[in-house]
Design a protein around this ligand. Structure first.
Ligand code: NAP
Length: 462
């Protein structure tokens, strides 16, 4: 967002970040094995290539990249860290923000870019508090944690687990993985970039632009499998089965690692070393279901496991109806009230009753695969265009037209009925009522096209 504003010549902005530094999810997720499961050429900003050592960059490289980008922007002191926003209210002219340290900030326009995956979810398991050893969530890793030679349990088999499990296998004396339901895992087509290729990426722009274009076009086609033509995902189901058969000799373990739902229903997983970990004698899969924790014993339907350390790879509280900052809009209405029956926003960004408020990575802007960076960049273009429109109408505010918002939500709900995301499995995409409040049911290119348009047919001036 800040890069887009700066590129458009807009200098009067301030970034407020609760953490002590830049990086967001890549700052918080530093568990062993953390890496991107989207190709880095696409998981970087357009026109700002990174120095990637591999096709799927490790988390530390992405964090360094984001820190560099933030430093480039901070030339004018426009980034404030350790600045947790607790309140945001519309006062008729602009937004008044209340920070945790008691200070206040006023702004004409506000972008809430607090993400969809920022609150670690701790499972409500009976007896979890009684576990005597360390309990660590993947999104809040403790680097002082002793693991070598200990009995370690990992709860969960999602996107974080498929990375942390292979990294812990062989380090722990014994690793026990507790699975609730299996996911589709595809081999990661990773490769190392040697010094010459890295030099090319830095100095010859087409060497990153062409792969970026190719990968993005591929994902545009592939995305149709989620919301239009599920048969496009069939090859992924077969690829999963082939890789599993090659990696795991034990038929019972293979069966447990075979998903019961359709590919794409839950977030698809990318790893070449997750399944092979279960061929090791020092790794056990228990897919029977955790019943309770009694001291250092994790009791499941199949038996009991004595553990020293428990790793929670259990994901995030993704209920958007509980926004990180519960903005109070025109007429004193809260975002959480507006969203009580399901979070939604025009293009994931604008909500009637909330003038000059835009959401970053808002409702229904997530992708089942590909790179979220593209979606965030498209949203940033929208906000820059909104700033332009405001500049042309001084003293006004912009509010999405009710009928445009309603039309967008009706379009989303119609399309969602046919998507694989709502085909019957439980996932973090769905809210309490089973509604998909997270995914974009069209191509990323369609989102970019729609997001470019900001005019008085979609917004009204107030
Ligand atoms: P997740 O996909 O929500 O996975 C959580 C895992 O914990 C699931 O296997 C879930 O089982 C299990 N679980 C949750 N509560 C449980 C309970 N009470 N008892 C037993 N098992 C429980 O979370 P995540 O792996 O952290 O990933 C979240 C999202 O972050 C991903 O989908 C992705 O968008 C993003 N991410 C991206 C990357 C990347 O490389 N780009 C890496 C990590 C994460 P069920 O499957 O049965 O629900």
């Amino acid at each position: 967002m800040a890069r887009a504003l700066a590129a458009a010549g807009e200098r009067d902005f301030l970034l407020l970040e609760a953490a002590a530094g830049a990086g967001g999810t890549w700052r918080h997720n530093t568990y062993p094995g953390v890496a991107c499961d989207a190709p880095s050429h696409l998981y970087s900003f357009a026109g700002r290539p990174g120095s990637w050592s591999r096709r799927f960059a490790p988390g530390a490289e992405i964090l360094a990249y984001l820190e560099e980008c933030a430093e480039e922007l901070d030339a004018h002191g426009q980034v404030r860290y350790g600045a947790r926003v607790e309140q945001a209210s519309w006062n008729g002219r602009g937004w008044e923000l209340g920070l945790a340290d008691g200070s206040r900030v006023e702004s004409q326009l506000l972008v809430l870019a607090t993400g969809q995956l920022d609150r670690p979810a701790v499972p409500d398991l009976p007896g979890l508090d009684s576990f005597p050893g360390p309990v660590v969530h993947t999104a809040r890793w403790r680097h002082d944690l002793e693991l070598d030679g200990l009995r370690v349990g990992v709860l969960g088999t999602g996107a974080s687990a498929v990375q942390v499990v292979p990294a812990l296998a062989g380090r722990a004396r014994h690793l026990t993985v507790f699975q609730r339901s299996a996911g589709y895992v595809f081999p990661k087509p990773d490769t190392v970039y040697g010094p010459f290729v890295q030099w090319l990426h830095r100095h010859v722009p087409p060497s990153t632009m062409l792969p970026r274009l190719a990968i993005s076009s591929l994902f545009n086609v592939f995305s149709r499998g989620f919301w239009q033509a599920p048969r496009l995902l069939r090859p992924m189901e077969r690829a999963h089965a082939r890789a599993l058969a090659r990696a795991v000799p034990d038929p019972a373990v293979r069966d447990a690692l075979t998903p019961r739902d359709r590919a794409g229903c839950k977030r698809m997983l990318v790893s070449s070393d997750f399944h092979p970990a279960f061929a090791r004698s020092d790794v056990t899969l228990d897919a029977s279901g955790v019943l309770a924790i009694e001291g250092s014993t994790v009791r499941t339907a199949a038996g009991a496991h004595e553990l020293d350390v428990l790793v929670l790879a259990t994901g995030f509280d993704t209920r958007l109806s509980r926004p990180a900052v519960d903005a109070v809009g025109r007429d004193g209405r809260r975002l959480s009230e507006q969203w009580a029956r399901g979070a939604s926003a025009y293009l994931g960004m604008s909500v009637p009753g909330f003038p000059n408020l835009f959401l970053g990575y808002g409702p229904n802007t997530n992708l089942g695969s590909g790179s979220i960076v593209q979606m965030l960049e498209a949203a940033a273009t929208h906000v820059v265009a909104a700033c332009d429109l405001l500049d042309r109408h001084p003293g006004s505010a912009l509010e999405v037209r009710e009928e445009v918002y309603d039309g967008h939500v009706a379009w989303l709900r119609r399309r969602q009925r046919r998507t694989v995301w709502m085909s019957g499995c439980a996932s973090w995409y769905l809210d309490e009522s089973g509604l998909d409040t997270h995914n974009w049911p069209a191509t990323p290119a369609a989102y970019r096209r729609q997001a470019r348009r900001v005019d008085l047919s979609t917004y009204r001036l107030t």
